[in-house]
Ligand binder design. Structure first.
Ligand code: ADP
Ligand code: MG
Length: 457
């Protein structure tokens, strides 16, 4: 594919000009999604990379693109985990990345080749068993997933894995999909999130095209649905999923689901689904234990050819206990910090970076928090303090209020005042709203985690 070749050329050039650490951390998992009329869209794996590229490497990317014949007036960075760079996709899919073909208004692809390309979408090759570190906390889930790869649809069906945010559920269930495909390239593996399922179903309803939608999911050999807790309260979708589930189950096809809580605790889930979800194997996945967290850090650095001293790994593993995503974030922070200053990641350096209490310096003023929040979201301080009610501004404002509450424990009237608001109920509602978002894995949650890291970086 042309764009792919172009991007490989750009990356090749960038690789020569930046340090290895920088390249591996910020550029390796990027791709060119689109380049048209001077607007270039680059897919990045997470918001952390997005921010870094925007802030630090925008000029370099733009210059390198231009050296390769692309004049970019604007570069957009789009978080884009769904598509592996190795997949070839047709234009339709490109226009609508992450969306399997049959739910668009075009008829289901006919050739098996095209069909399999579509079925492969949604899986990210970054998630493999090889780079998943097994240990206390995740070994049971890992073993069940391995068994499924050997014989899908056989023993653990459905498999229901639940556990907290950022502990490796998505990684593991995606690894199953990738491994099944590696063993049997013709398998039809569908990976979707419950949110995507909902979105596409609603879309299909609107276009009166639910047959294709149903056929696509019911045609899977392995159906993987991430974060099924979001089915809660959506009756029509639950009904559709119920039929999909039954079809697949009766045909001995494998179903894998993940959730942040066990089926019995998902509110407003229809009883019949609840019992379906629990009828196979249900596994409570835990955050990896200390040794496993250290091993994860080593495996991440080894794959980048960086040697991480054991004492540094232990320092980070004991400081960032609650989930692997945060742990990884802290490691990336360390690597970037050392890289920019030409330092080795020694215990001295790393403990200087993180203060003894929860990894942050003690003093940060309300004003600093607001400024850094605005900067993080790329809006101005005037905008965050001003009257505008656009979504792009309201959300950062709400996050800033939440941060003032969670970091400085300010009172609601004080928070309102800091944000130039007279009425303190705004602060109450805003903080309440963000707190609700944080109980699930939402983009806002990701922002709050990233921003918190940045506040004290
Ligand atoms: P969840 O879906 O449970 O919220 P993810 O699967 O998205 O969590 O994991 C968060 C991050 O941590 C991912 O980048 C993932 O690759 C990494 N990760 C989690 N567990 C492990 C593990 N055991 N070994 C290697 N990486 C892991
Ligand atoms: Mg997940």
């Amino acid at each position: 594919m042309q764009e792919n070749a172009l991007w490989q050329a750009v990356l090749g050039q960038i690789e020569l000009g930046v340090s290895r650490g920088n390249y591996m951390t910020w550029f390796k998992n990027t791709q060119l999604i689109k380049s048209k009329d001077g607007v270039v869209v680059i897919g990045v794996p997470n918001v952390f990379v997005k921010n870094q590229l925007e802030r630090k490497f925008d000029d370099l990317i733009s210059k390198t693109l231009s050296e390769n014949g692309v004049k970019a007036n604007r570069i957009d960075y789009k978080i884009h985990t769904g598509i592996s760079p190795l997949v070839k996709f047709d234009d339709d899919v490109l226009k609508n990345p992450g969306t399997p073909g049959p739910t668009t208004s075009t008829p289901a692809p006919r050739s098996t080749d095209a069909m399999h390309r579509v079925y492969r979408l949604g899986l990210n090759e970054r998630y493999s068993f090889e780079n998943f570190v097994v240990g206390g906390g995740n070994e049971l889930a890992y073993a069940a997933c391995q068994a499924i790869v050997k014989k899908p649809g056989d023993k653990y069906n459905p498999l229901f894995i639940y556990g907290g945010v950022g502990i490796g559920k998505t990684h593991l269930i995606q690894a199953v999909g990738n491994a099944v495909l590696a063993a049997k390239p013709n398998s039809k593996v569908v990976y979707t999130s419950s949110e995507q399922f909902v979105r596409e179903f609603v879309d299909a309803l609107r276009k009166k095209n639910t047959t294709d939608f149903a056929r696509f999911h019911r045609g899977a050999d392995v159906l993987i649905v991430d974060d099924v807790q979001f089915f809660a309260g959506k009756e029509k979708v639950q009904e559709e999923f119920f039929h999909t589930f039954n079809n697949l189950y009766q045909a001995n096809k494998q179903i894998i689901m993940s959730s942040d809580k066990p089926p019995k605790d998902i509110p407003t889930l229809e009883e019949r689904l609840r019992s379906r979800f629990s009828q196979g194997m249900t596994i409570d996945m835990q955050n990896p234990d200390f040794e496993t967290r250290c091993a994860i850090l080593h495996s991440k650095t080894l794959s980048q050819n960086i040697e991480l001293p054991q004492e540094v790994a232990e320092f980070l593993a004991s400081r960032f206990q609650s989930n692997v995503r945060e742990l990884e974030g802290s490691l990336n922070q360390v690597l970037a910090y050392c890289d920019m200053r030409g330092l080795e990641p020694s215990l001295q350096t790393v403990s200087n970076m993180f203060d003894s209490s929860r990894g942050r310096p003690k003093h940060l003023s309300a004003r600093q928090i607001i400024e850094r929040t605005a900067k993080y979201f790329h809006i101005s301080i005037e905008e965050i303090l001003g009257p505008k009610r656009d979504k792009d501004i309201v959300v950062p404002r709400q996050v800033a209020m939440y941060m003032l509450r969670s970091e400085l424990h300010l009172s609601f009237p004080k928070i309102a005042h800091e944000l130039g608001r007279k009425d303190h109920t705004t602060a109450i509602h805003s903080i309440d709203k963000i707190e609700k978002e944080l109980s699930y894995e939402t983009p806002i949650k990701q922002h709050v985690t990233d921003l918190r890291g940045k506040l004290y970086a």
